[in-house]
Design a binder for this molecule. Structure first.
Ligand code: TGC
Ligand code: FAD
Length: 386
């Protein structure tokens, strides 16, 4: 596997173990069937419990039986999962960074005790409802409401493009608490409550091996204690996004690396004009360029891990890495697909599947444009959103 700058030489035992475990899982359980899953547009739900047993959901959190691995180990896990498919990494990052993290960071003791073990083991699946049909890049304009009525809240609104929604047991829903002046608050909503529906979004041409749906809330009653007590305002959902974007910055490198390895091997095996196409200078240029860009992406990811580990990571730095590494993976997938000629457009090889997935990854968790503006704002002091 490409590690041109010998970054893996600095890994400790635990980090190597988690990388190897995830790599083997992807080789044994993901690769054999992912092309088929992508074709029929379904998430392999049989892997959910297995991923829980292997400790793939938020292993970087503290307590609640979490293995409490380093941020580098967590990043390596995301990298290996996304080398298999972005849909597999998405499942794990939504469950860990967008559902377990807010419960861990902002939940009550009861919420933590009730949900974290189940979610960590994959006995329950979570989803994160922020985006609405009319409010994607600007979630601060959300309309979903929560009204306090005695000891319960009544929720109304529609969230859309929600990863895992059709298979989720619980949703972290971000809504305006009208009893508190319309502040944005997080609510834990069990999906079997009356008034909740989670229809699947069909016909996606990207991220097909991932279950995406809407989350419709019609007069849904939940106990008041289902509100996350310890955060109010957009900082709540946006801080969760920082956790997930960190994982994506690593994950995208995995998808790019997989494309690179497939193209490198193909170029050595495929013969045209009496020898392997890898001997042509045009092909070697592509190989050298892909390896260089992947290595730069790896450097960014490892640096983020160091900053996160010591508590110095700024959200804007995560934006820079998410923006760069996803763009790099999108370009790499395209170059790799090109090197595979006609064979490259089938599901027999991964690059075109990764390429299609990268259209989603480029868009979700903040589009490429939005991350450009986040970095631009920090560098100029002028917010372009307003
Ligand atoms: P703004 O006024 O800038 O900030 C409000 C408060 O939030 C704090 N904050 C952050 N905290 C942690 N991490 C971040 N990334 C943060 N960004 C802002 C900020 O300090 C402030 O705190 P306080 O204490 O002063 O109140 O917020 P804004 O509303 O103007 O936001 C602007 C903008 C455009 C950057 C934001 O809305 C944004 O990031 N938009 C993109 C939307 C997005 O990324 N949606 C993702 C939906 S979830 C998803 O896609 C999951 S896919 C998962 C998968 O399948 O893998
Ligand atoms: P829009 O915000 O309408 O943007 C359209 C275009 O306009 C984009 O190119 C954008 O960059 C550009 N644009 C917008 N504002 C500006 C600006 N100020 N300056 C310049 N250009 C701008 N959301 C969740 O809450 N939970 C999930 O689990 C989740 N999973 C997802 C899974 C999939 C498969 C997909 C596709 C999306 C998912 N999302 C999820 C939603 C995702 O976060 C949004 O799609 C994303 O934030 C963009 O919002 P939008 O699609 O409404 O695009």
């Amino acid at each position: 596997m490409l590690d041109y700058l010998d970054l893996e030489a600095d890994l400790d035992e635990k980090e190597r173990l988690i990388r190897e475990t995830a790599r083997e899982f992807v080789d044994d359980r993901v690769r054999p069937e992912i092309g088929e899953r992508f074709e029929d547009g379904s998430f392999p739900t049989d892997l959910i419990g297995e991923m829980g047993e292997l400790g793939f959901y938020a292993p970087n959190l503290e307590g609640y039986d979490s293995p409490n691995v380093s941020e580098t180990a967590y990043g390596l896990l995301m990298q290996e999962l996304e080398a298999g498919d972005s849909g597999i990494r998405s499942m794990a990052s939504v469950q860990g960074a967008l559902v377990m993290y807010p419960i861990h960071a902002y939940g009550s003791d009861e919420q933590r005790e009730n949900w974290l073990p189940k979610l960590g083991e994959g006995e329950a699946v979570g989803c994160f409802g922020l985006t609405e049909p009319e409010h994607g890049s600007n979630p601060s304009a959300m309309e979903t409401s929560a009204d306090r009525e005695g000891e319960r809240y009544v929720l109304n609104g529609t969230k859309t493009w929600i990863t895992n929604a059709p298979i989720a047991d619980v949703a972290v829903v971000w809504a305006r608490d009208r009893s508190e002046g319309g502040d944005v608050r997080g609510f834990l909503v069990e999906t079997d409550r009356e008034g909740v529906s989670t229809p699947k979004i069909e016909d996606k041409l990207s991220m097909r091996a991932s279950s995406t749906g809407s989350l419709e809330l019609r007069d849904v009653e939940i106990p008041a204690e289902n509100r996350l007590p310890d955060v109010s305002g957009m900082k709540g959902p946006l801080s969760c996004l920082t956790q997930a974007r960190y994982g994506i910055a690593w994950g995208a490198v995995g998808a790019a690396r997989d494309c690179f390895e497939v193209a490198r091997e193909y170029a050595s095996d495929r013969e045209q004009f009496g020898g392997p196409i890898a001997r042509f200078q045009l092909q070697q240029r592509k190989i050298a360029e892909m390896a260089t860009q992947i290595s730069l992406g790896q450097l960014l990811a490892y640096r983020l891990a160091d900053l996160k580990e010591r508590g110095d990571l700024r959200p804007e730095q995560v934006s820079m890495a998410k923006r760069n590494n996803v763009r790099m993976a999108r370009e790499t997938a395209r170059t790799a697909r090109e090197m595979l000629g006609g064979n490259g457009i089938t599901t027999d090889y991964s690059p075109m599947r990764h390429m299609a997935n990268m259209e989603t990854v480029y868009t979700y968790e903040g589009t490429h444009d939005i991350h450009t503006l986040i970095v631009g704002e920090e560098l100029t002091g002028i917010a372009a959103f307003e």
